[in-house]
Design a protein around this ligand. Structure first.
Ligand SMILES: Cc1ncc(COP(=O)(O)O)c(C=O)c1O
Length: 393
């Protein structure tokens, strides 16, 4: 064996996802990409907004000296200031550039946060269904992701989180709006979670952090609001990015922000700046930092995703699928009509419909549909969704 046992194990654990991806490639080659309905990836299909393109052109034309050089590991001070100014409004709390670090996407932010927090064997608690990569991110830094079930409507089960806390727990990691369920956690539940972490922290004798992964914060429907985490608990850290809301996932730009009231703020930020460097990110991409600084608050036209969500939800409801209508993000997580979600997803594949089994997200008995696709994909896949439902209901 040439590669590490740990990596080898991860590869085999996620092999069914790879098989699905390979199956998708095979189906597209055989039937033509246009005849395969691919709902498998959360890769935004909308183009970035015009503000982004204008800011990018301006940034590229700037020929001042030193614009492509190394910078502080935390990012350009003026960019961090712009992000802090925006967060002040969003979180309804005064924030400075010192509390913000620019990162390589939300994934980079999460890895920097976990690198700074975890000793070997430390535990991170996270609700499932949830983002599959969290397990690997915790493992990257010697940590263990301990999953706890969400409630039936995918809201937080505070009792389950409480029962999972041990002396090894370092943080709870939540993602709202959620991938794969589209659920948004209420302010009330986040305040309760904050209270729990405060009390349990006293019990275990160390600070318990609340990490909030929020790359879908701006993608919300029907007037839903995503509560600011900073007001809910002082020991909180935000990881976010511009990947989803301005459709620039390939540009790898995001940020982390530490609650200004956090007790060990200076140590946390110092550790995270170092982590950004030694994980090999060094700093977030320079050009993209300059671009996002000038378009804080911009997003793609969310009404387009609302239309796609409604098209999908109305169509699937007519076919007899059961689901919680998502309040945010661009995923739907319906129940499979048979217990084996992998078998159900394979049946959809026979109709050239690519989705992901819920088991991959810690949610067996469900499957995930990423609806960041053309309207025509949703419309043309519907007869196939209906045939498969009729076969199993
Ligand atoms: C819940 C969640 N967190 C983090 C990420 C990573 O986002 P980024 O591209 O900003 O690294 C994703 C990407 O799909 C995600 O769904």
């Amino acid at each position: 064996m040439t590669i590490a046992n740990y990596i080898s194990q991860i590869l085999s654990r996620s092999s069914w996802i790879r098989r699905m991806f390979e199956e998708g490639t095979r189906l597209k080659a055989k039937h033509g990409a246009g005849n395969v309905y691919d709902f498998s990836l959360g890769n935004p299909n909308l183009e970035p907004p015009h503000e982004f393109k204008a800011a990018l052109q301006q940034a590229v034309m700037n020929s001042a000296a030193g614009l492509h050089a190394y910078m502080p590991n935390t990012g350009y001070p003026h960019v961090r200031q712009a992000v802090a100014d925006y967060l002040c409004q969003e979180q309804k709390m005064p924030l400075t550039a010192n509390e913000v670090i620019m990162t390589c996407g939300a994934a980079g932010a999460l890895n920097v946060i976990l690198k700074a927090l975890l000793d070997p064997g430390d535990e991170i608690i996270s609700p499932v269904p949830g983002f599959v990569e969290y397990t690997f991110y915790a493992g990257n830094h010697g940590g263990i992701l301990k999953t706890v079930p969400a409630r039936a409507d995918f809201t937080l089960d505070i009792g389950a989180i409480s029962a999972a806390v041990t002396a090894k727990t370092k943080a709870v990691l939540v993602n709202s709006p959620n991938n794969p369920t589209g659920q948004i956690y209420s302010e009330e539940s986040l305040v309760k979670l904050g209270m729990l972490l405060k009390n349990k922290g006293k019990e275990v004798g160390h600070t318990l952090y609340l990490i909030s992964d929020e790359p879908y914060r701006k993608i919300v429907y029907d007037g839903s609001k995503v509560p600011g985490i900073f007001k809910c608990y002082p020991e909180s850290i935000i990881a976010s990015s511009y990947s989803k809301d301005i459709s620039i996932a390939g540009e790898r730009i995001g940020f982390l922000a530490v609650n200004p009231q956090a007790a060990f703020k200076a140590e946390l930020l110092g550790g995270m700046a170092l982590a950004n460097r030694i994980l090999g990110f060094v700093n977030a991409p320079a050009l993209m930092q300059r671009v996002v600084a000038s378009i804080q608050g911009a997003s793609v036209d969310i009404s387009v995703y609302t239309r796609k969500r409604d098209l999908l939800c109305d169509g699937l409801a007519d076919c007899g699928y059961q689901f919680v209508k998502p309040s945010g993000a661009f995923y739907l997580f319906p129940k499979t009509p048979l217990p084996d979600d992998v078998q159900f997803v394979q049946a959809l594949q026979e109709e050239l419909i690519l989705t992901v089994p819920g088991s991959g997200f810690g949610g067996p008995g469900y499957f995930r549909i990423a609806f960041c696709v053309d309207d025509s994909t949703i419309i043309n896949a519907m007869p196939g969704f209906k045939r498969v439902m009729e076969k199993y209901k």
